[in-house]
Design a protein around this ligand. Sequence first.
Ligand SMILES: Nc1ncnc2c1ncn2[C@@H]1O[C@H](COP(=O)(O)OP(=O)(O)OP(=O)(O)O)[C@@H](O)[C@H]1O
Length: 460
Amino acid sequence: MDKRMAGKGKLLIIDDNEELLFALQLFLNSHFAKIDTIKNPNQLLSQLEVDEYDVYLLDMNFKAGINSGNEGLYWLKRILEFDANACVVLITAYGDVELAVKAMKEGAVDFIQKSWDENKILSTLLSALKLRNSKLEIKGLKEKQKQINHQINRNTQFVRGTSKAMTEVFRTVEKVAGTEANVLIVGENGTGKEVIARELHLSSHRKDQVFVSIDLGSLSDNLFESELFGSKKGAFTDAKEDRMGRFELASGGTLFLDEIGNVPLHLQTKLLTAIQNKQIVPLGGNTPIDVDVRILAATNCNLFEMVSNGTFREDLLYRLNTIAIELPPLRERIEDIPELADFFLHKYADQYQKGECVFEKSAVKKLSQHSWPGNIREFQHIIEKSVILSDTKKLAAVDVLLGEELQLPKKISDSLNLSDNEKFLIEKAIKHTGGNMSLAAKELGINRSTLYDKIKKYDL
Ligand SMILES: Nc1ncnc2c1ncn2[C@@H]1O[C@H](COP(=O)(O)OP(=O)(O)OP(=O)(O)O)[C@@H](O)[C@H]1O
């Protein structure tokens, strides 16, 4: 007997044979925490209202001489309606295998034929209890996964934007999210391809399942297969145990293949086979495993060009881009910059406990004029840096330090114009102090409010 299980489960026996009920209860008593018995199955539903059981032992035939089993099947159904994870073991007439098979198809976990031996009934009921515990564990894990997913999803806020290009993107997202179509998202680095992939997932029927992302560009040939398809113990030197790959992990949910354009040709074939067959074979294994994943892929490469020069498989491209979504670079959607600036300003002001901060018009103008080669990722970093370094709640252009501005100007202006020189020195002091206005004012020999007046005057 499994000692771990002993005394833990609750058993309900439903049989109209009183003698049998008594004998079973006596014999099984030490193996279950609680055993209840019911003679009349009509009491079953009211009994379920007052207590909860792990295992049920249910007679198929309640009137002597009637062997149709219909009554047993009826009560089996009622129990499973009440608790889909219930483990019901049936007592069938001797030799009635056909009925037993039918009952198992309807959800019973096992059956015992009348005139059993004691060891057989005990081992059957303990196996049912083990199964019940596994079912409850899976139920708990699923619930946990759902909670974790909700938690992750709550933290993924983003800006939709009102630019024409982004409005078009979200129109497509809304149309395709609910379908099972594979989607290819293209755009420069940092344009938000993963953000859109997550949004597609969250708007889909798979939203309570996992979103698994993998950067294919960073995988060596060796790692590619084991990361994607998993590996069996002993498949290679370090494979000390079976390991699940991303396809299997994502099963039921969404798999996001990032940097798809960086996958070498020979590995593209393996990827295509997995996507096409909806099956993977772990490294070192030989049994295919079914996987149910929705594929979203992203790249900054022109895959059509790659197909024409023979570096990307055409059949894989057509598998991936049932729907294509193109994300514009930030410089082509400057209408969205004020909203993005506000979003990140609040985010980082909150994170660094800077209180309620706002951008002055000059700052937004400066942000809108930059070309943002690193797109939203770069934009976000610049705002984070500005929030950290500034010591004002009203950030002006001068508080927004673009990458190149952090270096000191190389030569002093040759101009003798007083204003030009004053502007130059103020800029120099600000850069020199890394944007710390109090320090800059001190270095310039003026007070902070004078410095701010001058910043305004020169539109810095
Ligand atoms: N619309 C948006 N609103 C808010 N933040 C965004 C938005 N789009 C992108 N970001 C942020 O910008 C950063 C880059 O986004 P993301 O990783 O999705 O870009 P990507 O195009 O997938 O980049 P890469 O090509 O380098 O993989 C992330 O930190 C993301 O949170």
